[in-house]
Structure formats: structure tokens, C-alpha cells
Design a protein around this ligand. Sequence first.
Ligand code: ADP
Ligand code: MG
Length: 520
Amino acid sequence: MSEPITRAGRAVGIDLGTTYSAIATIGPDGEPVIVPNREGERITPSVVLFQGDYVAVGSSARQAAAESPDDVVQFVKRKMGDRSWSFVTSGGEQIEAEMVSAAILRRLKEDAEIALGEPVTDAVITVPAYFDDARRRATIDAGEIAGLNVLGVINEPTAAAVSYGMHSGLQGTVLVYDLGGGTFDVTVMRIEGTDFRVLSVQGDRNLGGFNWDNELMGYIAREVQQVAGVDPLDDDLLSAELRDKAERAKRTMTTIPETRVMMRVDGKQHGIRVTRATFEDITRGLLAQTRTNVELALADAGVAATDVDHLLLVGGSTRMPMVRDLLTSMTGRQPRPGGNPDEAVALGAAVQAALLAARASADPADAPAAPAVPSTTLQVAIHDVTAHGLGVVTFDEGSGAYQNTVLLPRNSPVPGSGSEDFVTSEAGQTNVLVEITEGDDEDVEFVTVVGRGQIALPYRDDRTPVRVVISFSANAVIFAEVFDGGDGRKLGDLEIERRSNLSRNQLTRATAQLRRREVS
Ligand code: ADP
Ligand code: MG
């Protein structure tokens, strides 16, 4: 988008996760395969170290986090599309979330190029189904900064279902429960043959294993304070150490019902005993939040919990026994065995990348041809839905107040569009302000204005009829058009200004900056 990229290399699928990322492509036998990084790992920690012009990504950056926590960024996915956030290095440099994600993406791209022995040019990047427009846009921007031609974004649960479904011939109604490190998504799907249709999505973009870690950190800190009289959370280094140890203790308790966390405070070692029962007790509220989301998703899809044919668990946090127990008690089903919850998302994204690359190369305007893709992959059809409603701010003459009028309700198929007819408030009005919203609430307080613009109107003696059409492309891009409601003439396109995202100038600058840096 920022500059032309020759589309001659390989298309990949990238799972850009809160805690781990992975990259995959279609292998010679037509099945998607994970491409390991240069350290031979199949997933790369989403951790970035900035030290002067030097940038490190992955396990080495993660190791550095213990010694120099101030130079290391983790969980940046939670900050994507948030203009008020930036990472400040110990040298005082401000680094935007897109730039941090771009460093991860570039490292994945370069590692894949080493492993595959050919350039990687095109990518589909995954996003939580519940991500809004600003976060999707920020993800695409990060890909462009990393030097990738972003073919599109795909919802993570959808990608996971595609990979499981292709592999095991899954059919029927599928509940995908995706609890990763930082985000939570539920998706209800119907799979018929090679047709993957999403019925509904729900989620919480701030709920993940991170929150389970926080609860456990709090518990251990209180126990340490009791015996040592010092709260480890008051100290940056001790906090970083505690986060690490709590996360490890959590994993241990997935298989073993009890563990011990050692903390050294003021030169003295303290061993804190933690049991799975205690852990489940202090995180009960978090689990209940996921349950509410599952119920909402099922209700939106019009599917009873007992009508779910398959339970698909995605994301590392679904290894916790409490998650399995919850879902089995709700649906009466056991989760699908097999498949790797860490890899399924990237594998599904690789399928979508192959589909989109094949489509682009079939378009004569878009030569040269992408590598041939086996027909099994090309038979797959993916139909997704919007997670949030799209609408416009209107003035309700009855109540005399502004309200949000939804034109394209949530869970509408994408690509798709919705329209509605309005009239101007006054006769002879020669322009109108159109504000595009994202969100389902009628109250404008609870929705986000994603774009606004003035549209010039032809003069009329009376109030002017105006038709607003909002469309959502398969690529998750929103656009809006305004028509004269009288003669159907198009009056204008609405430029979505995207105040939450980088401007074109910032994007160009970030691309140049990352190119200058050495990413290893
Ligand atoms: P994301 O996609 O958000 O990066 P992942 O799907 O990679 O997340 O999952 C990472 C999360 O899974 C982390 O919070 C991690 O602590 C958690 N996790 C990984 N393995 C286990 C385990 N065995 N038991 C409990 N939690 C785990
Ligand atoms: Mg994930």
C-alpha cells in the first residue's frame, strides 16, 4: 500500500499473537505447514527488544526482558489501534504499536525466507474476531511497514476452523473457543464440505492468559508480603520476575495439581505453595466472563449449546483444565482431540493466503502468477461475519436527540453492505455531515465514530432525501457512499479518516525507520 511491491514471491499466513506468533505456507503436498524460525522454533515469542538502532525479536528478546525490562515490549497486540499509547525506550525514543508489531512481522518474514530459500512477499495476517476497524487497520499497517503486501486479514477462530476442518474433515456446527495470551474470541460456525460459514462471533479483546497470570501474581505477592513484609509488585524487577514465575506455575498446574514458586526478597528465599484449586478459585470470575460470551455467541447464531457438534479449542490458555471442564459441562461434548492449538491459526491463514494469491494472479491486471496451489486448497470457501455493527449518527426528531442508527448489524456476512434513507433536518440544506459509527448501541456514547465527512448536496426547496450505503469489504475495510435519495445520483464517497490509525506520512516514516534498523 505504501509503495508497489512485486508480487512474485510466496504467500504466507501469519498468526500475529499477543504472546506467540507463527508463520505458515502451503507445502508441496498441498497441506499448510508451519515454517520454523531461524532458531528452529515453530512459534516465536511476540517480544521485541529495542536498544538504540538494534532490534531483537523472539526468544533472545524475551531473555533480555529479565535484565532490562525497560527496553523490552511484550503484549503489544493489546495496544494496536490505540493512538494514545507508545513504547518509550530507555533512550527516550517513542515507538508506536504498529512499529513494534512490524518488527515481529519482519523477523517472521525474514526467517521464513531463510527456511524456504525464496522471497516472501504476500501475507494474510490473523486478527481476533472481535477486533474493531482501528485494530484491523493497525494490523494491516504493521504488515506494510514490515515490507509485506497484505492480501487481507482473517479472523483467528475462522482460520483455526479451516485448518482443523481441512485436516480432519470436521462437519456440522462447530463452537470455536479461542483463549490466547491477551484476547478471547468465540465463534459459532457451520462447516459443510469445504464450505466454512461463520454464524456469529463474540469476544473480549482484553481477556486472556495474561489476566489469569495477573490474578496468580496478585495471590503470590500477597503471600510473599505476609512472610517477607515486602510487596514484590512495588518493585519493577521483582514484578517482572514474578510475572515470569506465575506464568510458569500456571502451566505447571495444567498438568500437576500443586506447585511451589520461589521468590528471593531482600536476600531471603521464600517458597510459596500454590494449588490448582486455589488458582481456579481466584480466576473464577474470568472463566465466567468467557462463559457469558459463549452464551451470547450461541444465542446470536440461534444454536443451542447441546446442538454443537464439535468443540474446537484454540489458543494456549485452553490447555487449562477449567476451560475444558466449563465447555464440556455446557455442551456435553469433549473437545476435539489432536491438532496443535498454537499452530492451527497460522495454518488456516496460509490457506486463505493461497486462495487470495491465486485469485489475484487470476486477475490479468495483477500478473505475474503466484506459485501453483493444489486444487484441494482452492476448493475451500470461507464466509465470515462482522463482529460489530456499522451505522451513522442521526438526529431523532421525536426525542430531539442524536442516536446511532445501525445500517449493517453485527454478524452480517462479509463482504456486505447496508443502507438506509434519511432526510436532511432543514429545507434547502446544501451539505450534510455524515458520521460513520462502529458498535451496536443506539446511544452514541457507546459507539465509536470511525469516520466523518461533509457531503455537498444539490439545492432543493424542500428537505433533501439522502441515502447512505455502508460497505464492509472482505478485507475488513469500511467504506461509505452517499446518494441523492430522489434521483439516485451518487453525491460522494466518504473518506474514513481513521483517527486511531497512522497517517500516510507516519506510515512512510515508520517504514523507512524499520528498514534502517537491524532486526535479528
Ligand atoms: P496468543 O495467540 O494470544 O499469543 P497463545 O495462543 O500463544 O496466545 O497462548 C498463549 C497463552 O497460553 C499464554 O497466556 C500462556 O501462558 C498460555 N499457556 C500456554 N501453555 C499453557 C499451559 N500448558 N497451561 C496454561 N496456559 C498455557
Ligand atoms: Mg492466538
